[in-house]
Design a protein around this ligand. Sequence first.
Ligand code: NAD
Ligand code: MG
Length: 382
Amino acid sequence: MKKLCLLGATGSIGKSCVDIVNRFPEKFSIRYVSAHRNIEDLFALAQQFRPEIAVLSGTTVEAAWQTKFKRIGVKIESGVEALAELAGQSDYDLLVNAVVGAAGLQPTLSAIGQNKNVAIANKETLVTAGDLVTRLSRQKNVQLFPIDSEHSALWQCLVGEDPCSIERLILTASGGPFRELPASEFKNVTVEQALRHPNWAMGQKITIDSATLMNKGLEVIEAFWLFDVDLEDISVLIHPQSIIHSMIEFRDGSIKAQLGLPDMRVPIQYALSYPERIANDLPRMDFMQFSELTFMAPQTDKFKALNLAYHSLREAGTAPAVLNAANEEAVYAFLGKKIRFDQIPAFVEDALEKHSNHRDVTYESVLHADRWARRYVGEKII
Ligand code: NAD
Ligand code: MG
């Protein structure tokens, strides 16, 4: 029985993870669990799984709810500190980090500090502090199991291969809902349109990131840290059907791809069960329904976010943390209808230009850069 600490259990990835746990109750259990604000859903999870501790990271827990949790014998705590402490518990097997945003960094570091392997959906952790996280993981002999479908695909393609034989990683991208929309129309894009992703049902932040292609930029950085390849050897390919989840070209010219229906439960299950593959009854792919798989180059002049991500990683130091924090602020401002869709990458670019880079990637320098970027963008938006 693998005992999980599941952070962000009420989100899109969190719910899919719960679905997998429900399918294999003899293999997985939830010992620790968190949500940010949704106390009702957190309580329902607590009733079902009876974890040791449940944490509500984003707000305090009212007395009436505290009584309810007490009645079912589940300790309830609140706040960001409690979230980091939860991940820093010693008696569980695998952290599943399904939190959204840079808030996922501190709990990831706590888990690594306790020598826990981390199944990581929270890509922002690796974007903001990939250097620090991978360094600590090596020191602690901890493994990072990617949940992001592209990175899970790359990880699966690497089974049985010598990582030195990689020539190129090819990250696929659907291109989002505005692949065909002229750039001149971007200023008129509404929140509702941007939230309509063609292939995946996901949380709001990543859905907007997919529409700007920042998501792919974040994933390039994520792949850089997870697979330790040169940035120039990571390429992006638009593949609107989202059937090929990513590919690796090896030095002999052979290419391996991982395919399947777009269903996050597959990579989540793999990260939970690794190195085992467990039989399941999730929907299977019917090739006759996908008689055409198509590919095209990303339109980087239309989707500026992709190059900004490459640029920040070339700058290194705290530049990727600034990219990420500025993007988070701009995305939430767009969702709050305070800025236009086409302004999202513009705010990120501006923040990257203005920030003074710290070469040394420590928790403190990353936190400082993250706060600076949020303040900078926040002040510009008001
Ligand atoms: P979501 O918004 O649906 O869920 C986020 C979860 O984190 C919720 O449980 C929420 O309560 C919690 N949360 C929100 N803000 C928090 C904070 N500041 N501190 C702690 N917890 C907080 O998001 P999602 O779509 O499930 O994405 C989660 C992560 O997984 C993101 O990093 C995303 O990029 C990544 N990811 C998601 C998908 C997908 O299909 N949804 C695919 C690949 C990667
Ligand atoms: Mg992805």
